[in-house]
Design a protein around this ligand. Structure first.
Ligand SMILES: Cc1ncc(C[n+]2csc(CCOP(=O)(O)OP(=O)(O)O)c2C)c(N)n1
Ligand SMILES: [Mg+2]
Length: 356
């Protein structure tokens, strides 16, 4: 199948590169102790974000989760203000009150919430306002697959269908909920679950921005025309793990080395006489080993799902270089200025040369 009509590969790639570079700059700032608290990066989700955002314009609204940086970058939020906000600066986008997890850009309008599943009610609220005040505008909620086990998100699906609201729910399915395999705690099939609410559904590989563009386009056009809300399931792989400094990534990237380090103490503890009966302790070690092996295998297989690598193939080399050079200059300038404004303080995150 060729590229979809109206799809601009260069714009999509530019958006993805910009998102990736801003995320990398902020991940580095976190490692350098400049970001208070946690930082959840959206590296690996760029194909989903860029494909969906290509269909939004003007004041279409967005409700975001804890991986909110990339969608804001993709919608044109000022990246220096965003960086300052993530670093807790009073000169930031939200005067340092929002930090990384509750970023808000009233100019879009877009709002993020760190409570898992909260992008559902936020988007439904935006959609009600849009339907009443600005027919033709849509709202998009971005959430993870594990958020679909949260009641408030399911209530949002229900209300969106019952009131025929112009909203699209985008499920970024990376298969993980922090350190839990979502499949282990999820009943049934999530796409079928969404369909059963009466949502129009599509499922795509989120590493192919052109496929996301095509599917999101159909769902957003329906919602905009008053034909009802939609649900897009898009797979992705986040090579960085749950948040910066996530120790499980060490296991997944280097399972053999980690088994050598963690294995002997685990076996010793299973043999020790304290803490439950011996067969239970041995069984626990077996379960952990099996889960670790399955996760490491899955991580290795899915590591090929880089949306930028695939996006590059849609363009010629000269265009790729032009886009990357330009975006790198812009992002480097913004992060240099933001870091200079924040100063040398290093009171948060992990110390340089820490446990990473
Ligand atoms: C209501 C609530 N419960 C638990 C948490 C802690 N928490 C933060 S992110 C997360 C995992 C969410 O998984 P998913 O929705 O799949 O998003 P992902 O992190 O994989 O992008 C959890 C459990 C939270 N923030 N809010
Ligand atoms: Mg997840």
């Amino acid at each position: 199948m060729g590229l979809p009509l109206g799809f601009d590969a260069a714009s999509a790639y530019r958006a993805m590169v910009r998102m990736r570079l801003v995320e990398e700059a902020l991940a580095q700032a976190w490692a350098d102790g400049l970001v208070p608290g946690e930082y959840h990066s959206g590296i690996g989700e760029e194909g989903i974000n860029a494909g969906v955002l290509s269909h939004l314009s003007g004041r279409d609204s967005m409700a975001l989760d804890h991986r909110n940086t990339s969608p804001l970058v993709g919608r044109g939020t000022d990246i220096k203000l965003l960086m300052l906000e993530v670093m807790g600066s009073e000169d930031g986008l939200n005067r340092g009150w929002a930090g990384h997890m509750h970023l808000m850009d009233p100019g879009i309008p877009a709002a993020a919430d760190g409570i898992v599943g909260a992008s559902g009610p936020l988007a439904v609220g935006q959609a009600i306002a849009n339907a009443q005040l600005h027919p033709g505008r849509v709202a998009v909620a971005f959430h993870g697959e594990a958020a679909m086990n949260q009641g408030m998100l399911m209530e949002s699906y229900n209300m969106a269908v019952a009131w025929n609201l112009p909203v699209l729910f985008v499920c970024k399915d990376n298969k993980w909920s922090i350190t839990t395999y979502s499949a282990d705690v999820t009943g049934g099939d999530l796409v079928e679950r969404a369909r059963s609410f009466g949502l129009a559904v599509e499922k795509v590989g989120g590493d192919r921005v052109e496929d996301v563009y095509r599917a999101a386009g159909r769902l957003i056009a329906r919602a905009r025309n008053g034909q009802g809300p939609g649900f897009l399931s898009a797979s992705c792989h986040r090579p960085g793990g749950h948040f910066e400094g996530d120790p499980i990534v060490r296991l997944l990237r280097n399972p053999r080395g980690q088994a050598e380090e963690w294995g002997p103490p685990m076996i010793r503890s299973a043999r020790e006489k304290t803490g439950g009966n011996r067969s239970d302790r041995v069984a626990a070690v077996k379960v952990l080993t099996k889960r670790g092996a399955r996760a490491a295998w899955d991580y290795t297989v899915r590591a090929r799902m880089d949306p930028l690598r695939r996006g590059r193939r849609l363009l010629d080399q000269a265009a790729v270089e032009r886009i990357e050079t330009f975006e790198r200059q812009e992002v480097e300038q913004a992060i240099t200025e933001a870091r200079a404004a924040v100063g040398p303080r290093s009171t948060f995150g992990v110390a340089r040369g820490g446990s990473q």
